[in-house]
Design a protein around this ligand. Structure first.
Ligand code: HEM
Length: 277
């Protein structure tokens, strides 16, 4: 898709923002927030697998997520949990220019692990969808199915361009893949914001087929549009606008993470750790 774009239109990954700037604070907050989500996935879902309480715990989060008789679907969604969590933590490491330039071999190796995790998260999610109906029905199956296909396409393109040393295209696809991975976490953040700020208009509890839910089945589309803007940077916004936007997003993210973590992730982790102890 980007093969024909001239190099100037697909600039290298933006340089790492200076420490303390709104953009670097936003990156740090995003990573911390996504890391809490990953930890929650491992402790809550993994803990339930260890305790043999998947039917109670997994289905408390999403009705019918686990079914005792559906062994393959359970394994596939479980694999997608583990690899998805790893993907969230590893993603930002690939964009650290210090690591890329100083230790290129480390960048390549963590890139391979990242790509493998992304591909397995996509395959696990798609396999689950081919075996079971998601909670939100056919529209959710369509939206999440497309999400999985885009994830696999981005993995293949990122790898293909890296192997062929087409670095502009490689970076463009790596940004798309990173954005898709981050989307799974942003999706929860967006729901959390809707819940706390607006009290769920358009959400159907238990069936996820309200108007808001239907729009959210395609949650990754606006994220990908932002990624395309970052890749192309046409027209560039003034630095002061970028700074103000970075600071506003960082503040919003900190508040939403706190609301979501204190109401949901942290109590679930605490209770699961107490059961495991
Ligand atoms: C970074 C990547 C990903 C992470 C961290 C992730 C995480 C999760 C988590 C934690 C759940 C359980 C529900 C919850 O606690 O909110 C879930 C459900 C699910 N995910 Fe993912 N996911 C990722 C990528 C994907 C992809 C690429 C697909 C594409 C097919 C996908 C498809 C699904 C499906 C179908 C469900 C079950 C929905 C249902 O039964 O209603 N996920 N995911």
């Amino acid at each position: 898709m980007t093969d024909s774009l001239p190099a100037a239109s697909t600039p290298a990954v933006p340089a790492q923002p200076p420490a303390g700037s709104p953009a670097s604070t936003l990156l740090l907050f995003s990573w911390l927030s996504a890391a809490i989500f990953s930890l929650y996935i491992v402790i809550f879902y993994g803990g339930a697998a260890l305790l043999g309480t998947m039917e109670r715990d997994w289905n408390e989060v999403l009705p019918r997520l686990y079914a005792r008789a559906a062994t393959t679907a359970n394994l596939m969604i479980g694999m997608h949990f583990v690899t998805g969590a790893a993907m969230l933590v590893l993603g930002p490491v690939q964009f650290m220019s210090g690591i890329r330039t100083r230790w290129p071999a480390a960048h390549r190796w963590s890139g391979r692990v990242y790509l493998a995790c992304a591909a397995l998260a996509g395959v696990g999610g798609l396999a689950y969808l081919s075996l079971r109906d998601p909670v939100g029905g056919q529209v959710m199956a369509l939206g999440f199915g497309l999400y999985g296909v885009l994830m696999l396409l981005s993995c293949a393109q990122t790898l293909r361009h890296a192997l062929a040393r087409r670095m502009c295209e490689h970076r463009a696809w790596a940004i798309r893949l990173f954005t898709l991975g981050l989307g799974s976490w942003l999706y929860r953040m967006e729901y959390g914001l809707w819940l706390n700020a607006l009290d769920w208009p358009g959400h159907a509890t238990g069936t996820f087929d309200g108007p808001f839910d239907l729009v959210m089945d395609f949650f990754y589309v606006p994220h990908l549009l932002v990624a395309e803007y970052v890749i192309r940077r046409r027209p560039a916004l003034p630095g002061s606008v970028m700074k103000a936007a970075g600071a506003a997003c960082a503040m919003l993210l900190a508040v939403v993470t706190w609301l979501f973590a204190s109401a949901y992730w942290l109590p679930h982790m605490r209770d699961q750790l107490a059961r495991l102890a």
